[in-house]
Design a protein around this ligand. Sequence first.
Ligand code: ADP
Length: 160
Amino acid sequence: MSKIAIYPGSFDPITNGHVDVIRRAACLFDKVIVAVLSNVDKQNMFTVSERLALIKASTADIPRLEYDSFDGLLVDYAAQKKVTAIVRGLRVVSDFDYEFQMAMTNRQIAPQLETVFLMTDAKYSFLSSSLVRQLAQFHGTINQFVPGVVAQALEKKFRG
Ligand code: ADP
């Protein structure tokens, strides 16, 4: 049976930290579905299709990826896609509380679904989409934090 994982997230926008996690996950599974959560409650900078396009362009060299978006419960989406595991990235200790709570809740609802945590590269341990958005808003340098296409998209957003 092929082992399929989902890497869910807001990816608003995708950062080098996300790309690092995707690259690691692609080595572990037969297929990784990078799935953008289209959460209507959340104020996002990029639309779901913009976020998907940026993810695709940023991960074009990584094999065995699939791209999708979903709303509603992650466990329902995972069941529909017949996945083995959910992949989440862990940065600093502060991620742990929330991720632990989510993983435990998901296990209660769907016991067969494992959550796999991948540790980010140390150089991305402080990096988040919100930090990148703030920097871009005030025209800070973001080139070292995000793929080139994302830097261009942010620049375009905040130009003028
Ligand atoms: P969410 O809104 O679901 O937290 P994000 O797009 O912020 O979505 O993050 C998706 C996943 O990627 C989460 O598991 C998050 O912890 C992880 N992640 C975010 N930034 C990094 C990073 N710099 N290094 C490793 N993992 C990260």
